[in-house]
Design a protein around this ligand. Structure first.
Ligand code: ZN
Length: 127
């Protein structure tokens, strides 16, 4: 009994154990349809999780770049000297590479962000 229970534990959560189908002959079809639905649901879960994971990654990377890339005195795009500089990603891929980031003034950062958002939208549509 204990052995059988252990085996049953290997089944994925939400799935109906095989021995439940044995109770009635006609019931088998209904149960398998339910199982299909549950499999469809479980596919949505990991996808959402991955999407969340990407968002969580963003912050530590920014902190890492700030530690390794000293803050500039001027905008690295237009050369304007200002203390209001933002760390901006160049490729949009958020690589763990300080050469993929630069300090931009508010105006340049907003411009770059707009370009990146348009790029990402385009990228998504292609996918
Ligand atoms: Zn600028």
């Amino acid at each position: 009994m204990r052995y059988k229970f252990k085996k049953g534990n290997k089944l994925r959560k939400g799935m109906i154990p095989w021995n439940k189908n044995m109770k009635g002959y006609g019931k088998g079809r209904i149960v398998s349809q339910e199982t299909k639905n549950k499999m469809g649901e479980s596919k949505i879960g990991p996808k959402n999780h991955m999407w969340k994971g990407d968002k969580v990654k963003y912050q530590p990377l920014h902190a890492w770049v700030k530690r390794h890339k000293p803050k500039s005195m001027f905008c690295e795009k237009c050369g304007k000297v200002t203390s209001k500089l933002d760390l901006a990603n160049i490729s949009g891929e958020y690589k763990r590479d300080i050469s993929d980031f630069r300090w931009l003034c508010r105006r340049c950062h907003m411009k770059e962000d707009g370009r990146l958002k348009a790029f990402k939208l385009l990228h998504k549509n292609i996918k």
